[in-house]
Write a protein of this length. Structure first.
Length: 484
């Protein structure tokens, strides 16, 4: 592809995507297509001969775009995947063209400097001091894994990273934790049974008394506390664990204190609903995801550490084939020495460009808008006797359930799942379901700068109508007494 063709194809792609974004609200949020149809659509042998760029783009228009989940659609309110901001989309285009591998300084010097500054901005946001550092990661899964490895190495005096796990350890987290915490406890070699899932209070915050009890029981059994994971914005309800209490217990027990703020970190940009007094800076390490509530495109997570020397202590291995003989003054920052990944996508560009183009004030206004969406829905539900909300939303996540019939939990679960399926098929909205304290709920989470208040009105009306329709259509299955 010569420069002229690249320019022409690039212009066509930009025009295509500009039209896509301009008319995204006219598309169904989720495609009405069977998985088997998609499998058949892409069923072809590995191509031996080239196609023209026009042919490839035409195939994408036919096979890819119509069957995407349009997360930028204002009716997408499901998993925490936001509408990507347009400058971030352009940043990823530039990133791929430059193809900088910033795992090593020599493959991306300006990219390394840019990411270092982006991480500095994030550490400033959470309230860390000058000794702090971190890495941009693929997301919260990798960030929580790194946080647990830092905990394991620090608390064991770095013995485990050399000798392996030879004692019994425990990690403590809320029952409302993200599954990445479970995977991280497994991946650092402790085993999943080392995780203590702690009950929460009525607002879905971890109970400190339950943590104290769990630690005491582990001590009696010769199990050593290693880490407590606080949640700053649970996936289901946006609950914030009591940070100061967790810090106090961690200090007393000699534990590492990690906070998962993958979702809730966006609240740091809020102007109308500030959370700076919650003490996020008290954590030893923090997970935060710019590709969630900072509206950057996937993938861009981050792990931040109060003392960046801990990263070097846990990951500082320099193989001879990566020695930079030109770095005589030790000025070339090598991400592979201070983090888990060696080959690293230039994730910092889209985060840096997002901050530069929009500023924290504009992004914060988007965040505040999403919080108002959730609180508006909460106020609507408060006036609907057939519905209830799990809690008043501190962030943009809200769980509501239908209680307009006397359903046992298996029937309620079926009802909520069927209604969610019908809403998906409608193409107007996409929401998910979950379970809280043994009950089924609709989980609704606007993290979208295109969503407007009227969309929440329309969503609740649709949910209400579908609940009644399911009860009417499937009354026998859902417990005969419902078909009235």
């Amino acid at each position: 592809m010569n420069p002229t063709e690249f320019r022409e194809v690039g212009h066509r792609v930009v025009d295509l995507l500009a039209g896509y974004l301009e008319h995204i609200e006219e598309r169904p949020v989720f495609p009405n297509v069977e998985p088997a149809t998609l499998t058949k659509l892409f069923a072809e042998p590995l191509p031996e001969h080239p196609s023209t760029a026009e042919e490839v783009l035409a195939e994408l228009e036919e096979k890819l775009l119509p069957y995407c989940t349009h997360v930028g659609h204002p009716g997408y309110m499901g998993l925490i995947t936001p509408s990507p901001n347009p400058i971030g989309v352009i940043a990823d285009f530039i990133c791929s063209a430059l193809n900088q591998n910033i795992g090593a300084y020599s493959i991306g010097p300006s990219g390394v400097a840019m990411e270092r500054r982006t991480v500095r901005w994030l550490t400033d946001l959470v309230g860390y001091g000058e000794k702090a550092g971190g890495n941009l990661t693929s997301g919260g899964m990798m960030a929580n894994f790194i946080g647990l490895k830092l905990a394991r190495d620090s608390v064991s005096g770095d013995r485990i990273q050399h000798e392996g796990v030879q004692e019994r350890w425990a990690v403590y987290a809320s029952e409302e934790r993200h599954v990445s915490v479970d995977k991280a406890v497994d991946a650092v070699g402790l085993g999943r049974t080392a995780l203590r899932a702690l009950p929460t209070d009525a607002q879905f915050r971890v109970r400190l008394d339950a943590l104290e009890t769990a630690i005491a029981e582990d001590r009696k059994r010769g199990i050593r506390p290693m880490c407590v994971v606080g949640i700053f914005g649970t996936t289901n309800t946006g609950a914030i664990d009591p940070v100061a209490g967790l810090r106090r217990i961690a200090d007393r027990e000699g534990m590492w204190f990690h906070i998962d703020a993958a979702y809730g970190g966006g609240m740091l940009l809020s102007q109308a609903f500030p959370v700076r007094d919650h003490g996020l800076e008290q954590a030893d390490s923090i997970t935060i995801d710019p590709h969630k509530w900072f509206y950057a495109p996937l993938d861009a997570g981050a792990v931040l550490v109060k003392d960046e020397r801990r990263l070097t202590a846990s990951f500082g291995i320099k193989p001879s084939y990566l020695t930079d003989e030109l770095d005589r003054e030790n000025e070339r920052y090598q991400y592979y020495v201070h983090g888990f990944e060696q080959s690293r996508r230039f994730r910092g560009l889209k985060v840096w460009m997002s901050f530069k183009r929009y500023g924290t004030r504009q992004i914060g206004e988007w965040v505040d808008g999403n919080i108002r969406h959730a609180r508006h829905l909460f106020s609507l539900v408060a006036n609907r006797p057939d519905f209830e909300a799990a809690s008043e939303p501190p962030m943009s996540a809200i769980c509501i359930r239908y209680r307009g019939a006397d359903l046992e939990q298996p029937q309620a679960k079926e009802l909520h799942a069927e209604v969610a399926r019908r809403i998906e098929q409608s193409g107007k909205f996409w929401i998910s379901t979950t379970e809280l304290k043994g009950k089924s709920w609709f989980r609704i989470n606007p993290v979208n700068f295109r969503t407007r208040i009227e969309h929440l009105d329309q969503l609740l009306a649709l949910i209400e109508g579908e609940c009644r329709s399911v009860i009417h259509d499937r009354g026998q299955i859902l417990g005969g007494a419902l078909a009235q």
